[in-house]
Ligand binder design. Structure first.
Ligand SMILES: Nc1ncnc2c1ncn2[C@@H]1O[C@H](COP(=O)(O)OP(=O)(O)O)[C@@H](O)[C@H]1O
Ligand SMILES: [Mg+2]
Length: 302
């Protein structure tokens, strides 16, 4: 019987809504919670296959027949979850696309949705500024266009270019930034300006959803950009696109972002792990509890 939850979070005081929910719900379910901030620990492995987590100079043994939930998106967090799973902990499936297509992050997900006939905004991966005119031609010279970094979060690094004149310097700047990653040029789905639907999918089923409304304030509907979460009744079509999108990238648990397109819907992103705190607070559907119960069940059936 599983008796521990290893909770990988990025906070130091474990005091955000999500942290508190995981601590409370796990306790209510009779589990011990070990909250780990991956960047507050170090790790070692030796010839005898002893994996140890270190807290300063003290050995810290984690029970490995546990369930693990990762909220942190740091490199150390992702790595720690992987290691814990290798040693026997039970967590959620990773995005399979990342295993199949390397180095293209968001773009590889678009390929996966397209492969499974999940509607997306038409997308162009640009690696070189000299190719920008081809991207413009690809969109038949139509503006506005969305420009986005290949990895990013909270809507940071997403631009709308209203014209070629606006597009060129954005492209140049982004391509020169950081590790010179490619960027995505994308059709702007104007019908969804400032709003989208965040749908939480668990095990192929929709468990909860909210409308993220930032209309009149910003074209980006991220909560981080000031959007308000609102109650929404989903249509079967909206549920279907979310379920199919999560399936396309092989995720058991995901926050799917659905844009209103002129004819139907389009996926901007499937997030994992995803912030569902505002969904839980708005709808009162106990997502945290459902996640923990799902993982306990999965671990018991191993
Ligand atoms: N092609 C698009 N058309 C319209 N709006 C978009 C498009 N791409 C992104 N957005 C808006 O920008 C927000 C952030 O984009 P997204 O790709 O999800 O990046 P992030 O990972 O930073 O959340 C979306 O939630 C949406 O509101
Ligand atoms: Mg997003």
């Amino acid at each position: 019987m599983v008796s521990n939850l290893l909770f990988i979070t990025s906070t130091l005081k474990y005091n955000t809504y999500t942290d508190r929910q995981f601590l409370t719900e796990a306790k209510n379910l009779g589990l011990n919670v070990l909250a780990l901030n991956p960047n507050a620990f170090s790790y070692s492995v030796n010839r005898s296959n002893n994996f140890i987590i270190w807290n300063k100079d003290k050995e810290f043994h984690v029970p490995l027949d546990s369930i693990v939930y990762r909220k942190s998106i740091s490199k150390a967090g992702v790595g720690l979850e992987d290691i814990l799973k290798r040693y026997g902990a039970t967590g959620f499936e990773e995005n399979h696309t990342k295993k199949k297509i390397k180095g293209m992050e968001k773009f590889s997900d678009y390929v996966a949705y397209a492969e499974d006939n999940v509607k997306i905004p038409n997308s162009y991966l640009l690696t070189n500024k000299n190719q920008t005119t081809y991207a413009i031609d690809y969109f038949d010279g139509k503006f506005p266009l969305i420009v986005k970094k290949i990895s990013g979060t909270h809507g940071i690094g997403i631009f709308v270019a209203e014209s070629k004149r606006a597009l060129l310097p954005i492209v140049e700047y982004l391509l020169n930034e950081g590790e010179q990653s490619p960027i995505i040029i994308q059709e702007f789905i104007e019908a969804s300006e400032g709003k989208d639907i965040r749908i939480i999918v668990l095990d192929g089923k929709v468990v909860s959803a909210v409308l993220r409304d930032n209309t009149g304030k910003d074209f980006r509907s991220n909560i981080y950009q000031g959007a308000s979460p609102k109650l929404i009744e989903l249509t079967p079509e909206q549920e279907k696109i979310a379920i199919n999108a999560a399936k396309a990238v092989g995720l058991e648990f995901a926050g799917v972002d659905v844009l209103y397109a002129n004819e139907g819907y389009a996926i901007t992103e499937v997030n994992s792990p995803c912030d569902f705190s505002f969904v839980e607070q708005t709808t009162k559907v106990p997502v945290t509890k459902m996640l923990i119960e799902y993982l306990i069940n999965k671990a018991s059936n191993k």
